[in-house]
Design a protein around this ligand. Sequence first.
Ligand SMILES: Cc1ncc(COP(=O)(O)O)c(C=O)c1O
Length: 395
Amino acid sequence: MLYNFDEIVDRSNTYSSKWDSNVQKELFGRDDLLPYWVADMEFKTAPEIIEVLKKRVEHGIFGYSNRTDEYYDSIINWTRRRFNYSIDKQWILFSPGVVPAVNYVIQAFSNEGEGVIINEPVYYPFKRSIEANNRVVVNSPLILKDNMYHIDFDDLEIKLKDPSNKILILCSPHNPVSRVWTEEELIRLGDLCIENNVLVLADEIHNDLILRGNKHTMFASLGKKYEDISITATAPSKTFNLAGLYSSNIIVPNEVIRKRLEEILLRNSIGGQGPLSIEGVIAAYDHGEKWLDELLLYLNENVDFIEGFLEKNLPRAKLIDVQGTYLAWIDLREYEKDGVTLEKVIIDKAGCALDGGTWFGESGSGFLRFNFAAPREFIKVGLERIANAINEEFK
Ligand SMILES: Cc1ncc(COP(=O)(O)O)c(C=O)c1O
């Protein structure tokens, strides 16, 4: 191993949302929790990226900045190398984050009162964004079978056929259930969306984080007809722990769709990007690959560790098949079905901050989302606290 993922990094006094005691107090009612919630990592980013940023900081001038061909080429080359998908420079729009992009897409391609389809349990800001824009949340729940989640295509088809539903937000890989959708599933979903004239917003922010031999297919890479109904969001933020640099890539191959989205971005003056953000994106995609490959090995080992730990210490817990992301979705319903009760024990007794299953929709009750992008020692401490609390509380 070239890189040290075991290093414990002190994040206090760095304005980290995950560690900030005021944020914890407001959300969890306590300010002293060990955090396994917000989806960023406890690892330093690649030293190759840090080097580039250091150099840029030493330059000392942080004026208005511009994206150049070098920036776009880094995204294009990465997408080709990692996903065998060729994209054009003009397809790539900038957004300061994927969640802002979700909002812009909702505003551009639906009207108030119209529906946006999601698949719960799912990343909760989707629902918030739909509601904040006065659109209707249309949930087509995933089905849990054989320890992994599946799309309920019969239900999805009914919802896609309703002409008031305009957009489907595809979470791929799916947070929090860690599913990497297969090519067959994506084709089936895509064909149904084409048939019913529904736009696919493919949130692929986790697409570099593929584990245990799974293979990620970018939705738009399936062919032109899928490109023509889709907008894809990717980013170096999750992959390289650069979320605080606020940069994401919004890939829009279809010209008509792109022009419409560009109008909304223009109306909101979205486009400016800081120099550290630009440098970080290029450095990550051009020089971060070796680091990422080692990170994935370490994350795979973390999954093995969690699996072994749960088998031994919480035998009635089920770790839902981990395929992608660095988020484990743990089924604790055999200990406690009521999500509110379960989540309270994790806060009060375990002293840990996790994303409660209920945050992701009703079907998340009795589940917890555990962020395992951290040194193994930190994972171990958290799991021990959680196991002790649950074993004590739910005999
Ligand atoms: C599926 C998904 N989309 C988007 C985001 C956040 O994106 P951003 O920070 O770029 O707004 C996250 C972060 O956890 C996520 O899991």
